[in-house]
Each structure stands twice: as structure tokens, then as C-alpha cells.
Design a protein. Sequence first.
Lengths: 107, 119
Amino acid sequence: DIQMTQSPSSLSASVGDRVTITCRASQSISSYLNWYQQKPGKAPNLLIYAASSLQSGVPSRFSGSGFGTDFTLTISSLQPEDLATYYCQQSHSTPHTFGQGTKLEIK
Amino acid sequence: EVQLVESGGGVVRPGGSLRLSCAASGFTFDDYDMSWVRQVPGKGLEWVSAINWNGGRTAYADSVKGRFTISRDNAKNSLYLQMNSLRAEDTALYHCARVYSSYGNLDYWGQGTRVTVSS
């Protein structure tokens, strides 16, 4: 199975900050990488698919990049409503494993 | 409006069985692959299983392989997860989700149904 490792596990940032979360796959997954946001008590919400494609309706401050084994989710200017846990997921081969999550707190 | 509504969760003893259902509406169900994802309260997401549009291809996490069976009834716009030989570690909130594209991204999720395995 492909292992997905996110870093950091948690981070605290201020409104307006640029925030970066990284995700590393244990083997190459091409561009088969998705990012989700999960707010407390809610189901996950798709942000980015195919490593860098922004899902419809998602604010443009969210962006993704990477290929192969190393990927990045960037929030260009952090907003209070971005308080959430963020997960990466590989969909290159089953099982479509998730990273352990990154909990983002607002200072 | 796309809606996914899970049901069938509950409390069951170790070794017992449950059948989860997911009722889909607001889209052409048999145009999409579907998936189950679970989450232990306070923990991360775990991909459980997926099925292609016509039920001809399925996949499972190693942790449930041989115990869980995913299926669908396109005439009823419904997805199912038959869970047998349940263990304490299967305790979680189970979400069904729609697979949006060949990239396997999950674009719509249900709110989940809770499964508790306890003696």
C-alpha cells in the first residue's frame, strides 16, 4: 500500500498569513493527489484534485502543486473560516490512502 | 442538488454484522463510481472501499478485505456496505462519497452513519 505522510501535523497561523502544508507519498503517484478540508463536525470537502486543479466553488486562495512523490497545499492569505483539518489522499492505486491530517489553528 | 444520505449504523457486538446503505439523489447515479470512507471520532480519514459505476469492479482496504462487501443497486440509486465479523476497531463514522473523475477525487460526501462495535 502507498503511505501518505503530511507535515506538519498541526500549525498555528495568523489571518493573512501564507500557509503551506506538504504531503509525501511512499512511491510515485504521478498527479493522483487530492486535498480535502474538514471543519469540526462536518464531512470533508474537496479542495484540490489531480494535484493542482481547483474544485468548483473553492476560493482561489487555495492552490496545489507537485508531482510524483512530493505535493503542497498552499493557502495564500489565511482567513478565519479556514480553521479546519486538511487531508491529502492518493488515488493512484487502491487502497486510496489518506494522510494523517494537518490541523490548522488561527492565532 | 446532490445528496448522499447514509443509514443502517448502530451498536453491534464483536463478530456481528451490519448493512449500511447510502441513498443518492440529485445526479445520475450510474454515471459515477462510489466509495466508503470511515473516521474514528477524533482521528483521521480511512478509505474503506470503492465500486465502479456498474458494480463490476470493487476494491477494499486491507483492514476490511474478506469481511466487508460493497455493492450497489442502480435502479434504486443506492450504495451498500455489508459488514461481517465486526471488530472493535471498526467503530467509526462511515461516509459514502461520490467519485468525481478518473482521478478518484471524492466530490460529494454524506454526513455519515455511526457504527459502534462493543460487547
